[in-house]
Design a protein around this ligand. Structure first.
Ligand code: ADP
Ligand code: ZN
Ligand code: ZN
Length: 799
C-alpha cells in the first residue's frame, strides 16, 4: 500500500510535521510529491501538500484515505520541496507557509483548470475526456476515478497539458484600435486631396500604406504622431474603421531591439572569466562583484548569463523591488529575447501565473525578478545573480522571514552553480565574508568611458536655517536655476524615512495622533485627510485646534507633496514630476513617470528613495539630497550604512553621459563619517570605519542576531510574557550570549496591540535553535489569550 505524507494547511506547531494518509487504489502510482490534495482532518476536510510518498507506514491503526486531488501535476518541484523544508527550519516558520510561498500568488486551490490535448490524435483517442474538443474545462464531478487516473497518466507523459485559469475574475481588457479600409491606390489618391499642412492626416495615410493589414492600437497611432481627433475625422471619411482589440497580457509592455555584447574592458573580462569558469566547473562559488554605478556590472551579468545558457543551463537574476525598471528589463530582453520571464509584485496574478507557467514548462530560461522570484521553478540553474545585494528589500518582513541571499546560496549549492552578488556598496556582512575568503571578490574600480565621478558638496543646514526657512539651500536653488537655464535635468531626493508632514498647533503644541497607535497622523493634501501609516485610520484635517480652539494649527515637516509645491513656487516655469508611493500606486504609473522624464518632458524629478536607484538619465547633471541625515537619527545600528548607501546610489545618478555631474547634499550633520565618506565615495574607508564601530558595539558582522517580538492587546501581558521569555533564554543560552530587553518597540502600540522586543546577539550558541523552537511551541498555547510571538533570524529592522 502507498502512503502519502501530507503537510496540512493548519499553521500550528502540532501540524508542522507530515500526517500519513493512504492513497486510494485508483490514484496509486499517479500521485506525486508537490501536488495539493484534500484530506480528512478531524471532522473537516482541509487541503495539504504531499511532501513524500512511502510504501508502508509505521502507523498501526487504519489510515484515512486522501479525499481528493487538487492539482493534476506537481505544482512544487522536488528542489523546492526540499527548500521549503530548509526554509521552515531557518526562519522559524511553519512548513505550510513556506510551501505556500513557493507558489505564485493567486494559484488557489479553487482555481479552475483547463485540460489541453497535445494534438488531434490525443483528442480523438480519448473522447471520454475531450468529447472531441481540443481543450476542456476540468470539472472533477464529470470524471469517474478511472478517467481521473487516465488524465494523470496522460499528463505525466506530456500528452495532456494542465493550465490553471486565473483570468476568470478579470474581464479581458479591450483597447481602442483602428484598421485601414483603403488599398494602396486609394491611399495615393487620398494623399492628393489633403492640404499640405494637414500633417496628422498625411502621417495617418502614410502609416496605412506601411501597415496595410494591421489593426493598430490607438496608443500605437498616438506614438506615431496621429491623434485621436485625426483618426475620428478619418473614420468619418471612411478611411479607417474603429474596433476593439483584446489587450494581451505582456509584462514587458514594449518591444525591445536586440543588442550585441560589448567588447569587455580588462576588469570586466577578468570578472566574466572567473564566473564562467565556476559555471563550467559547476562550482557553487559565491562572488562579490564590487563596482560603482556605471562600472559595467550589468554587462558582466549579461555575458555571464549568456555563458550559462550556452552551457545548456538556466539563469536567475534578482533585483531589488524598485530597481526592476523597464530600463533594466529592456537591457536583459535585448540580449535574450523571449527566453526571459519576469516576476514582479506589480504584475497581476494572471500575468505572474503566465510567467510562472512558462518557467515551469521550461520555456523561459532566464528569470528576472524581485525577492520572491528566488523561488522561481527553474530547473538546471547554471548561474544566480543578485544585483544591489545590500538592498533591504531582499529581506522579507513577514513570515517566512527569509533573506534572499541565503535562499540563493541554498539553490546554488543544490544546482551546483555560482552566485554573483553585485553592489557599489556591499553589505558589511558580504564584504567581511569576501575579506575572509568565503566569497571571491571581483572588482570593477573604473567607470566605463572614464567618466569622472560627480562633484559632491555638502551644505550645513544649521547655518542655512539660521538665514531662511526654505527647504532648499541658496546653493542648491542657484544650481537648479543654472540647470533650468541650460535645459538640463535635475533630480531632488527627499529621504522619506521617518520624515513626513504632521499637524501642530502653534499656540498649545497639540499634535493629532492616531487613536489606535502611538504615532502622530500624517498630512495628505490630495485627499485632505490625516492618515495613520500603520493602521490606515483616516480623519479630516481640523481647521481649529481641538484642544485650545486656536486657528493657528499648521503642518510641519516636509512630505514630497509639500516639496513639490515649494519647488513649483520657486521655479514657476519648471516642469516638475513627483515620484513617491502616492503617485505610483496605479499600475504603469511608475513607468509613465520614468518615460516622461527620460523623454525630457520635465525638468525636475523629485521623490523618495524610489528615484535613487537603477535609473539612467543622461541629461541629469544635478542631484540634490534635501535631508541626507533623517535616517541617521534612527535608533538602528545600520543607519550609517543605509545613509552611505543611499548617498552613493543617488550620486551615481548624476552625470552619466558626457556631461559632468554635480551633487549637493543638505544635512544637519555635515561632519558625520557616513556623509563625509559618501562625499568622496570612499567605500573602503567607510567599510574600515564602520567595521570598527560594529566591532566595538558587538554588532553584525561580528555577531549574529535574532529578534523576538511579542504583542497582545494588553501591555501588562505582553511585558510579563516577554520577561518570562527573557528568563527562559538566560537559563538556556551560554553566558556569552547578549540578551537585550525586553523593551517596548519604538512605536509601542499599533492597532491597539502592544509590542515588545528582545534582541539576542551571539557568536556560537549550539542550543539556540532548540531554545527558540521551544519558545514557539510554548507560545502556541498562549495564542488563545491574544499573545503573538514572532522570531526574526538576522533581522534588518531593529526598531
Ligand atoms: P553598472 O551596472 O555597474 O551601473 P553598466 O553595465 O550599466 O554599469 O554600464 C554602464 C554603461 O556603460 C552602460 O551604458 C553600458 O551600456 C556601458 N558599457 C558597459 N560595458 C561596456 C563595455 N565593455 N564597452 C562599452 N560600453 C560598456
Ligand atoms: Zn492648540
Ligand atoms: Zn493607527
Amino acid at each position: 500500500m502507498q502512503v502519502a505524507q501530507v503537510i496540512v494547511d493548519v499553521p500550528t506547531r502540532q501540524t508542522n510535521s507530515p500526517f500519513s494518509y493512504s492513497i486510494p487504489d485508483h490514484l496509486a502510482d499517479q500521485i506525486q510529491p508537490g501536488m495539493r490534495v484534500q484530506v480528512p482532518f478531524g471532522h473537516r476536510k482541509i487541503t495539504g501538500f504531499i511532501v513524500g510518498i512511502t510504501d508502508s507506514s509505521s502507523f498501526d491503526g487504519k489510515l484515512k484515505p486522501i479525499a481528493d486531488l487538487i492539482d493534476l501535476y506537481p505544482v512544487i518541484n522536488p528542489e523546492l520541496l526540499d527548500l521549503a523544508q530548509w526554509l521552515a527550519d531557518q526562519t522559524y516558520s511553519f512548513k505550510i507557509s513556506c510551501l505556500q510561498t513557493m507558489l505564485p500568488g493567486g494559484m488557489r486551490t479553487k482555481s479552475k483548470k483547463k485540460l489541453i490535448a497535445k494534438n488531434q490524435q490525443i483528442c480523438t483517442k480519448y473522447p471520454e475526456i475531450f468529447h472531441g474538443e481540443p481543450e476542456i474545462e476540468y470539472d472533477r464531478q464529470q470524471f469517474d476515478n478511472q478517467t481521473l487516473a487516465e488524465i494523470l497518466k496522460l499528463q505525466k507523459m506530456g500528452d495532456i497539458r494542465v493550465e490553471y485559469n486565473l483570468t476568470n475574475h478579470a474581464r479581458p481588457i479591450m483597447l481602442k484600435a483602428y484598421s485601414g479600409n483603403l488599398d494602396q491606390q486609394e491611399i495615393q489618391a487620398a494623399l492628393k486631396t489633403v492640404r499640405k499642412n494637414a500633417i496628422g492626416q498625411i502621417k495617418l495615410l502614410k502609416t496605412l500604406s506601411q501597415h496595410p493589414n494591421d489593426t493598430l492600437l490607438l496608443t500605437k497611432w498616438e506614438s506615431m504622431g496621429v491623434t485621436a481627433g485625426t483618426l475620428k475625422t478619418a473614420e468619418k471619411k471612411g478611411w479607417v474603421s474603429a474596433t476593439l482589440k483584446r489587450h494581451v497580457r505582456n509584462p514587458f509592455l514594449r518591444e525591445v531591439a536586440p543588442t550585441k555584447p560589448f567588447e569587455l574592458q580588462p576588469d570586466q573580462q577578468k570578472a566574466v572569466s572567473s564566473i564562467e569558469k565556476a559555471v563550467s566547473q559547476k562550482k557553487d562559488q559565491v562572488f562579490l562583484l564590487e563596482g560603482v554605478t556605471g562600472s559595467g556590472k550589468t554587462e558582466v551579468y549579461l555575458q555571464s548569463i549568456a555563458h550559462a545558457l550556452a552551457m545548456g543551463r538556466t539563469a536567475l537574476m534578482l533585483v531589488p523591488e524598485i530597481t526592476l525598471t523597464p530600463q533594466i528589463v529592456g537591457r536583459i530582453r535585448s540580449r535574450f529575447g523571449d527566453q526571459v520571464a519576469m516576476l514582479h509584485s506589480a504584475m497581476s496574478s494572471g500575468e505572474r501565473y503566465d510567467e510562472w507557467q512558462r518557467i515551469n514548462q521550461g520555456k523561459a530560461k532566464v528569470v528576472v525578478g524581485v525577492r520572491s522570484a528566488v523561488f522561481a521553478p527553474l530547473t538546471n540553474i547554471g548561474l544566480i545573480i543578485m544585483d544591489e545585494e545590500h538592498d533591504s528589500s531582499y529581506k522579507q518582513a513577514d513570515n517566512p522571514r527569509y533573506q534572499t541571499r541565503d535562499v540563493a546560496k541554498w539553490r546554488a549549492a543544490y544546482n551546483h552553480c555560482p552566485v554573483v552578488l553585485g553592489s557599489a556598496t556591499p553589505s558589511l556582512e558580504s564584504r567581511a565574508r569576501a575579506m575572509k575568503g568565503v566569497y571571491t571578490l571581483l572588482s570593477l574600480p573604473h567607470r566605463i568611458n572614464q567618466h569622472a565621478l560627480p562633484h559632491v558638496s555638502i551644505i550645513d543646514m544649521k547655518t542655512e536655517m539660521a538665514k531662511h526657512h526654505s527647504a532648499l539651500s541658496t546653493k542648491l536653488a542657484d544650481a537648479i536655476q543654472v540647470r533650468l537655464d541650460k535645459h538640463e535635468q535635475v533630480i531632488l531626493l527627499l529621504n522619506r524615512r521617518g520624515y513626513s508632514a504632521f499637524l501642530m498647533c502653534r499656540d498649545c503644541g497639540y499634535v493629532p495622533r492616531c487613536p489606535n497607535c502611538d504615532i502622530s497622523l500624517t498630512m495628505h493634501k490630495d485627499t485632505h485627510t490625516l492618515n495613520c501609516h500603520y493602521c490606515g485610520h483616516k480623519e479630516p484635517v481640523p481647521t481649529v485646534c481641538p484642544k485650545c480652539h486656536s486657528k493657528r494649527i499648521r503642518f510641519y515637516g516636509m512630505g514630497s507633496q509639500q516639496l513639490e509645491e515649494q519647488v513649483k513656487n520657486m521655479f514657476p516655469t519648471a516642469r516638475v514630476l513627483r515620484m513617491d508611493v502616492d503617485t505610483t500606486r496605479k499600475k504603469g504609473s511608475h513607468e509613465a513617470i520614468i518615460d516622461k522624464f527620460g523623454a525630457h518632458k520635465a525638468d525636475i524629478l523629485l521623490g523618495t528613495q524610489m528615484i535613487a536607484k537603477g535609473l539612467d538619465f543622461p541629461e541629469v547633471t544635478l542631484v540634490g539630497v534635501l535631508n541626507a541625515d533623517s535616517a541617521l537619527q534612527f535608533p538602528d545600528f545600520r543607519s550609517s550604512e543605509r545613509t552611505f548607501e543611499l548617498l552613493t546610489q543617488v550620486s551615481g545618478r548624476s552625470g552619466r553621459a558626457d556631461k559632468t555631474g554635480e551633487v549637493i547634499i543638505q544635512t544637519f550633520n555635515p561632519d558625520h563619517y557616513a556623509i563625509q565618506l559618501a562625499k568622496t565615495q570612499d567605500y573602503e574607508k567607510f567599510y574600515a570605519t564602520e567595521m570598527r564601530v560594529r566591532h566595538d558595539g558587538k554588532y553584525p558582522p561580528y555577531y549574529y542576531t535574532v529578534k523576538l517580538t511579542g504583542n497582545s492587546p494588553s501591555e501588562n501581558q505582553t511585558a510579563s510574557e516577554m520577561f518570562g521569555i527573557m528568563n527562559f533564554l538566560k537559563k538556556n543560552l551560554s553566558p556569552n550570549a547578549i540578551i537585550l530587553g525586553p523593551t517596548p518597540k519604538t512605536i509601542t502600540r499599533i492597532n491597539n496591540h502592544y509590542y515588545y522586543q528582545i534582541i539576542i546577539k551571539y557568536r556560537k550558541e549550539p542550543h539556540l535553535k532548540a531554545t527558540l523552537d521551544d519558545i514557539l511551541v510554548q507560545s502556541q498555547k498562549k495564542q488563545r489569550q491574544g499573545l503573538q510571538i514572532a522570531i526574526d533570524n538576522e533581522p534588518l529592522d531593529f526598531m
